[in-house]
Ligand binder design. Structure first.
Ligand code: PGA
Length: 253
């Protein structure tokens, strides 16, 4: 019922030339995939070129962040209008690296999520606990705080056009993936929360991605869980063959 969504977050990697090489290989490898929504999130400087290269294919374009204002004196920022202009359909909001290194808070995440909807961009809102939070047993409190405050003021319709990415910070770029059971437990918790905030019907339709050291070897076990609807992939999305394998859930089909 929920169409799986696999997104590649390229982070601060790839010049325009490198980005084109990657996406041109990728589009051939995944050309036959129809049952998974495929998204790539290149750095801002490569958005336009990648957007052109994937026109007419089954790959969609995302940005890795944006500001909430439409235009103005905000040096260094990128607006939702600019992202629409280059063909973005999705935008990642509140990635833990933005929260950790660049001062993103639940409040700024919420403003960005709302601005994305105002302009018809679908946000992929990232939530997740740090290692010390998991070890001290407050994972659910942290995730609840991110979910409840990040989604504040959204209509049901907007919620249906939002993707949530559960990314335990201790699993990102560390090679230490959450087990399918650990991930499923939090995904189920998030879906229950969505049921409380919105409705059971909405909660059943929202897609919740897992992120953190996804590889071709571990994607199948994650995707077999009932509440895991896709992945947000960092390192393994930088090579066309590994990302294509992940898109195909590690199987050759
Ligand atoms: P990783 O990154 O796959 O390299 O762990 C995931 C992410 O940060 O979205």
């Amino acid at each position: 019922m929920r169409k799986p969504i696999i997104a590649g977050n390229w982070k601060m990697n790839k010049t325009i030339g490198e980005a084109l090489e990657l996406v041109n290989s990728l589009k051939e490898l995944v050309a036959d995939v129809t049952d998974v929504e495929i998204v790539v999130a290149p750095p801002f400087t490569a958005l336009q070129a990648v957007g052109e290269a994937i026109k007419g294919t089954n790959i969609k374009l995302a940005a890795q962040d944006m500001f909430w204002e439409e235009s103005g004196a905000y040096t260094g920022e990128i607006s939702p209008l600019m992202l629409k202009d280059v063909g973005c359909q999705y935008v990642i909001i509140g990635h833990s690296e933005r929260r950790g290194y660049f001062g993103e808070t639940n409040e700024t995440v919420n403003r960005k999520v709302k601005a994305a909807h105002k302009h018809g961009l679908k946000p992929i809102m990232c939530v997740g606990e740090k290692l010390e939070e998991r070890e001290s047993g407050v994972t659910k409190e942290v995730v609840k705080d991110h979910v409840v405050n990040g989604l504040k003021g959204l209509s049901e319709e907007e919620m249906l056009n939002t993707v949530i990415a559960y990314e335990p910070v201790w699993a990102i770029g560390t090679g230490r993936t959450a087990t399918p059971q650990q991930a499923q437990e939090v995904h189920q918790f998030i879906r229950e929360l969505l049921g409380e905030i919105f409705s059971k019907e909405v909660a059943e339709q929202v897609r919740i991605q897992y992120g953190g050291s996804i590889k071709p070897e571990n994607i199948a076990g994650l995707m077999a869980q009932p509440d895991i609807d896709g992945g947000l992939v960092g390192g393994a999305s930088l090579k066309a063959d590994s990302f294509a394998k992940i898109v195909k859930f590690g199987r050759s089909r």
